[in-house]
Design a binder for this molecule. Structure first.
Ligand code: GAL
Ligand code: MG
Length: 973
C-alpha cells in the first residue's frame, strides 16, 4: 500500500507546507522533556520514493548527514541552485535520510497529551510512528511539533521514523549563500502536557513598566473543566488577572481555535528597562492550575521592558536613537555544519560583545532558539529573519501563487516563536527573494499580529528607500555606497531609518573604510548603522587524505585559525562539488574556529563607549558615547608612548557621566622636554566581572597624539664602502635578497573579485623584469638606476645607497607611468637570513592594519614573533601588514639582527612569504614558510576596500602614478 505521505509527493508541492503539524507557539518545552537526541538507526536512500532497505547504520541526532559518515558531502553554492530543475521541481537524485528509533513512552504519561518536537530538518520532514503517518513539515530552521496522543501508548514502546528529504520545492526558497546540508540539525524531544494546556503566551512589556500577558489554553477535547485558572508572577510578585479564564472571545467574527484565554497585568514601579547596554531581565512564570490548585502547566519567560518604534527617520529603542553596530550571523560550526550547542552560541555572542557589537541579523533564517535567550541575557538587538531566500529563481517565485502559503507560513511561525524576546527589535521577511505580493501578505500578517515592532525587507526597500508603500519600515540596503547613503540622509526626502542589512563584506583581508563609514554614520542624522557581512568564515574542517569532513572527531585539530597537519579549512569545491562558488563562503570576521580576525579590533575601537578629544591646552575632553548607561562599569589607565623613550602608565579616574555627556579632564602626564613623538592612550577595561567579560577585559583604547615627530636630521655620510653586485643589488651580510622595487601584492579576495588584480596582471605587475641601467659611485654613495618593465609600461627606479653611522641609508624614488593608475603598492622588498624571529616596532599595532583599516591599532611600542604577524586567511593573500610603522628591529634571541628606521610612518610587513608564494596556492595549509623573513617597506599601499561584494576603497586610499620617494636606514645590531 502506498504511504499517503509519499503519495502526496510533498517535495514537489509548494502549496503543502505542513500536514498534522501543531501551531507554533512561545511555550518552551525543552525543560522536563524526554530527549531523543543520540544514536538513531539510519539509512540514506537515493530518492524519497526509493524502498527502505533492510540494512541500517547508526547516526547521531542532531546532525547533518553531510557532515557524518555518508557519501553525500557538503556543497557550497551562493546564488545558483545546485541543480537545474526549476521550481517547484527537485532532481531525481535526491538523498533522503531515514531515521528510526524506539521510544519508551513513560508510564506516568497515561492520560496526558504527548507531543513530538523535531527542532529542525532540511528540507522536508515526514513523521511515522509505528508505521502510521503522523505528519509532515517544511521550513528547515524552525521546529515542528506533532500530537502523538492516541498514536503512542504510555508505558509502551513506539517506533518513531523521521524521513528527511534533502531537495524539495522548499529548497528553492532556502537558497541562502551557505553550504547545502541534509539532516536533522536541531534536537528532537518528546513531552507531555495535560490535555488542557498552555497553548501560547504573549508578553508585552513596555519601558514604562506596563506588563501585559495574554495566555491561551487549549484542550483537544474541547471542554473547559470547571474551576481551572491561570496565575502569573513576575520576580515572585503576583500579576493581576484582567479577565477570568473563559471561552475565547469571538468578537469581530474571529472564531478562535482556543478554548480559553486570560489576560494578566501589572505595572512595575521604577522599572529597569532592557536595552543591549542594560540587559535587565525579570522572571515571569505563568501557571495553569487545576480546580484544586495544583499546577497543570507552566511557562517561563525572561521579560525585558523596552519599547521599539520608528519615529520619522529614526529607529528608537526606549526613545533613544541607537546606533546599530551589527553583524550577520549564521548557525555554523566547522565540525557539525549547522548544529550548534548553547555553549557555541554563547561563545559567539560573548565574542561579539567583547568587540563592540550590539546587534545581530539572523541571516538568513530563524536561528537556534537558544540564541535568543542568550541575546536577551547578554544584551544584543536582533533582527529576526524568516527562512525565505529564493535567490536563483527570485522573480518567478515572488508572485507564484503556489508559494504564497509558504511565505506567510514561514514569517508567521518565526513571529509566533520569538515574539516574547526583548532582543528581537525588528522582523525581517527574508533575503534576496525579489519583491512580490507574498511579501506584502506576510508583512500584513506581522503588522496585525505584532504591531510593536517594525518590519524590514531589503528587496522591498530597494524599490525606494523613502517609499511609504513597500513592505519595509526601514531602508535596509546591502552594500550601498557610503556617498549614496549620505546623499539620501541629506536629501530632505528621507522618511525611514537607514540601516544597512549588509555592509563591509569581510571576505579575506577586507573591511577597508569601516572607520570612514562610522565617522559618517555618527556625524549624519538619518544614518544609524548596519550589519557587517558576516560573522563566520564557513570553513569546514576537512581531512586532506580522504577529503571528508573531520566531523565531531576533529575537535581540537585547530588553533588560532590554523588547522593541524593533514587538515584544512575546506571551502567551495573542496568536496569535489560539480558546481560551487569557491572561497566566497569564507567571508566572516572570525575564522572557522572563532579566532578573531584583525578587523574585530578595528570594530571594537570604532564602537568605543569612551571617546577622547584634545581641548586647548588645559586638558582633554572625555565623552560617554553610550546610549543608556554611565561609565561605572569601566576602569581605565593612562598610557604615554614616547617614540624616544618607553611607555609610561598612570591610573585614570573616569568621571561620572551620563550618556552623551562630556567632561574636561587634566592631562595626566607632563611631557618630557626632549622632543619626539608622544601618544596618549586611555586603556579602558571592564571594572567588574560581566557575563561576557571577566574584569580587566579591554573594551577600547582611544588615543590622541600629544606631540608630532620632529623631522629626522639627514644622517651624515661616513667613509665606508657600500657593496653592490654587478647588477647594482646591495650585498649585505643579513640579507638573502637585496631590496628591490615591488608594486605587487598577492591579490586579496577584494582585489580578485573586484577586478583590479586582473588589471595588475595585464600590466605584468606580478612579474616585472628588472634591468639595471647604471651603477654610479659618487663619493661614498652608490646610485643605482634600474628599469622595471612589464608588457604595457616601464617604471624607473633609483636607489641611492649611502653609508651612515652604523649602517646605510637608502633613498629611493620610483616613477610610475600614467597607465599604472592604481597599483597595489610602491615600495621595497628584501629577504633576511634565518633566525631573526622577533619583530619589535614603534608604530601602529599590535594587530594587522592597512591604510583604510587602521583605526583600531594604536601607535606605540609593539613586539611579536615573526610567525605571529601573519594572518592565515583561508585563501592565502596579502596579509600581515602593519600601518604607520616608524622603525623596527628584527632580532635573534641573542639580540643580534637588524634595525630599520623609516623616514615617515610607512606600511610594513614582515612574513615568511613572498607575494608569489601566496599567489601560488589555494589553501593556507599548502604554504611552505621560508626560513628567513620577507620584508616589505611601502612608500604607498593601496587600501583594502570591500570590492569582493560591495564598494571598493576610496580614491584617497589608492596609489597614484607619478613619482614616489621614500628613504630608510638599515643598521646591523
Ligand atoms: C548578499 C547576501 C548574502 C551573501 C553576501 C555575499 O548579497 O545576502 O547572503 O551572499 O551577499 O557574501
Ligand atoms: Mg543570496
Amino acid at each position: 500500500m502506498t504511504d499517503p505521505l509519499l503519495a502526496l509527493r510533498p517535495w514537489e508541492a509548494p502549496e503543502v507546507t505542513s500536514w498534522g503539524r501543531l501551531p507554533m507557539n512561545t511555550v518552551d518545552r525543552r525543560a522536563g522533556a524526554l530527549s531523543l537526541d543520540g544514536p538513531w538507526r539510519f539509512q540514506l536512500l537515493p530518492a524519497p520514493d526509493a524502498p527502505v532497505g533492510a540494512v541500517w547504520s547508526s547516526t547521531r541526532v542532531p546532525g547533518a548527514w553531510t557532515m557524518q559518515d555518508t557519501d553525500d558531502l557538503p556543497q557550497y553554492t551562493n546564488i545558483r541552485m545546485p541543480y537545474t530543475e526549476f521550481p517547484p521541481r527537485s532532481p531525481a537524485d535526491n538523498p533522503t535520510g531515514v531515521y528510526e528509533r524506539e521510544v519508551e513512552v513513560p508510564a506516568e504519561w497515561s492520560g496526558r497529551r504527548i507531543v513530538l518536537q523535531v527542532g529542525a530538518a532540511e528540507s522536508v520532514l515526514l513523521v511515522h510512528v509505528d508505521g502510521r503517518p503522523v505528519g509532515l513539515s517544511k521550513d528547515s530552521h524552525l521546529a515542528a511539533e506533532f500530537d502523538l496522543t492516541g498514536v503512542v501508548r504510555a508505558g509502551q514502546r513506539a517506533a518513531v521514523r523521521l524521513t528527511v528529504v534533502k531537495w524539495s520545492d522548499a529548497s528553492h526558497i532556502e537558497d541562502q549563500d551557505q553550504w547545502w546540508h541534509g539532516g536533522i540539525t536541531r534536537s528532537v524531544l518528546l513531552y507531555a502536557t495535560d490535555p488542557l494546556h498552555l497553548a501560547d503566551v504573549a508578553v508585552r512589556a513596555r519601558r514604562d513598566g506596563e506588563l501585559r500577558v495574554d495566555c491561551r489554553v487549549r484542550d483537544a477535547a474541547g471542554a473547559l473543566p470547571g474551576g481551572w485558572y491561570v496565575t502569573g508572577e513576575l520576580d515572585g510578585l503576583p500579576l493581576a488577572q484582567d479577565t477570568a479564564l473563559d471561552r475565547a472571545h469571538e468578537e469581530d467574527g474571529r472564531v478562535s481555535d482556543f478554548l480559553g484565554e486570560v489576560r494578566l497585568r501589572t505595572v512595575v514601579r521604577a522599572v529597569r528597562p532592557w536595552s543591549a547596554e542594560t540587559p535587565e531581565l525579570y522572571g515571569l512564570t505563568v501557571r495553569l492550575h487545576r480546580a484544586d490548585g495544583t499546577v497543570s502547566d507552566t511557562a517561563r519567560y525572561r521579560v525585558g521592558f523596552r519599547d521599539v518604534e520608528v519615529v520619522g527617520r529614526d529607529l528608537l529603542v526606549n526613545g533613544e536613537r541607537v546606533f546599530v553596530r551589527g553583524v550577520n550571523r549564521h548557525d555554523f560550526h566547522p565540525l557539525t555544519g549547522r548544529t550548534v550547542s548553547p555553549e557555541d552560541m554563547r561563545a559567539d555572542l560573548v565574542l561579539l560583545k567583547r568587540f563592540g557589537f550590539n546587534a545581530i541579523r539572523t541571516a538568513h533564517y530563524p536561528n537556534d532558539p537558544a540564541l535568543y535567550d542568550l541575546a536577551d541575557e547578554l544584551g544584543l538587538y536582533v533582527v529576526d529573519e524568516a527562512d525565505i531566500e529564493s535567490h536563483d529563481h527570485a522573480h518567478e517565485i515572488a508572485d507564484d501563487p503556489r508559494y504564497l502559503n509558504a511565505f506567510v507560513d514561514r514569517v508567521s511561525r518565526m513571529v509566533l516563536r520569538d515574539k516574547n524576546h526583548p532582543c528581537v527589535i525588528v522582523w525581517s521577511l527574508g533575503n534576496e527573494s525579489d519583491y512580490g505580493a507574498h511579501h506584502d501578505a506576510a508583512a500584513g500578517w506581522v503588522r496585525r499580529h505584532d504591531p510593536t515592532r517594525p518590519v524590514q525587507y531589503e528587496g522591498a526597500a530597494k524599490r525606494g528607500w523613502a517609499d511609504p508603500d513597500v513592505a519595509s519600515d526601514i531602508a535596509c540596503p546591502m552594500y550601498a555606497p557610503l556617498e549614496d547613503c549620505l546623499a539620501h540622509a541629506l536629501s530632505g526626502r528621507q522618511t525611514k531609518p537607514l540601516i544597512q542589512c549588509e555592509y563591509s563584506h569581510a571576505m579575506g583581508n577586507s573591511n577597508g573604510t569601516l572607520a570612514d563609514h562610522w565617522a559618517a554614520i555618527e556625524a549624519t542624522p538619518g544614518l544609524q548603522g548596519g550589519f557587517i557581512w558576516e560573522f563566520w568564515d564557513h570553513g569546514i574542517l576537512q581531512r586532506v587524505s580522504d577529503g571528508r569532513p573531520a566531523g565531531r572527531g576533529g575537535a581540537g585539530l585547530y588553533d588560532n585559525g590554523v588547522t593541524a597537519p593533514g587538515h584544512r579549512w575546506a571551502y567551495g569545491g573542496d568536496f569535489g562539488e560539480p558546481y560551487h562558488d569557491g572561497a566566497f563562503v569564507a567571508d566572516g570576521v572570525v575564522f572557522p574556529d572563532r579566532t578573531p580576525k584583525p578587523v574585530l579590533y578595528e570594530h571594537r575601537e570604532l564602537a568605543a563607549p569612551v571617546r577622547l578629544r584634545c581641548f586647548r591646552h588645559e586638558g582633554l575632553v572625555l565623552a560617554n558615547h553610550q546610549h543608556f548607561r554611565g561609565l561605572e562599569w569601566l576602569a581605565a589607565e593612562w598610557e604615554l608612548s614616547l617614540a624616544d623613550g618607553g611607555t609610561l602608565t598612570a591610573p585614570a579616574e573616569l568621571p561620572s557621566l551620563r550618556p552623551g555627556e562630556t567632561a574636561v579632564v587634566p592631562l595626566p602626564f607632563e611631557l618630557p622636554a626632549d622632543g619626539g613623538e608622544a601618544w596618549l592612550t586611555l586603556r579602558v577595561t571592564t571594572a567588574e566581572d560581566l557575563p561576557w567579560a571577566p574584569r580587566g577585559t579591554e573594551v577600547c583604547a582611544p588615543q590622541l597624539r600629544l606631540r608630532a615627530a620632529v623631522p629626522a636630521k639627514e644622517e651624515p655620510a661616513v667613509a665606508a664602502a657600500v657593496e653592490v653586485d654587478g647588477d647594482g643589488l646591495l650585498v649585505h651580510p643579513l640579507l638573502t635578497a637585496a631590496p628591490t622595487l615591488s608594486l605587487w601584492r598577492a591579490p586579496t579576495d577584494n582585489d580578485e573579485l573586484g577586478g583590479i588584480a586582473t588589471r595588475w596582471r595585464s600590466w605584468g605587475l606580478d612579474a616585472l623584469v628588472r634591468r639595471p641601467l647604471s651603477v654610479h659611485r659618487d663619493g661614498v654613495s652608490v646610485t643605482v638606476v634600474a628599469e622595471y618593465a612589464g608588457p604595457t609600461g616601464v617604471v624607473r627606479h633609483r636607489q641611492v645607497l649611502t653609508p651612515v653611522e652604523g649602517g646605510l641609508r637608502i633613498d629611493e624614488e620610483a616613477e610610475l607611468p600614467e597607465e599604472f593608475d592604481d597599483v597595489a603598492r610602491v615600495g621595497s622588498v628584501f629577504a633576511t637570513v634565518a633566525g631573526l624571529d622577533l619583530l619589535e616596532w614603534f608604530g601602529q599595532g599590535p594587530w594587522e592594519s592597512y591604510p583604510d583599516r587602521s583605526a583600531g591599532a594604536p601607535v606605540g611600542h609593539h613586539s611579536l614573533p615573526v610567525d605571529a604577524l601573519f594572518t592565515p586567511y583561508l585563501r592565502p593573500q596579502e596579509s600581515g601588514g602593519r600601518h604607520g610603522v616608524r622603525r623596527f628591529t628584527l632580532t635573534a634571541p641573542d639580540a643580534t639582527g637588524l634595525a630599520v628606521t623609516l623616514d615617515e610612518p610607512r606600511q610594513v610587513s614582515v612574513t615568511r612569504y613572498r607575494a608569489e608564494d601566496l599567489t601560488a596556492v589555494a589553501h593556507h595549509d599548502e604554504l611552505v614558510p621560508r626560513d628567513g623573513c620577507v620584508v616589505h617597506l611601502d612608500a604607498a599601499h593601496r587600501g583594502l576596500g570591500t570590492a569582493s561584494c560591495g564598494p571598493d576603497t576610496f580614491v584617497s586610499y589608492l596609489v597614484a602614478p607619478g613619482v614616489h620617494r621614500w628613504s630608510w636606514t638599515l643598521r646591523v645590531l
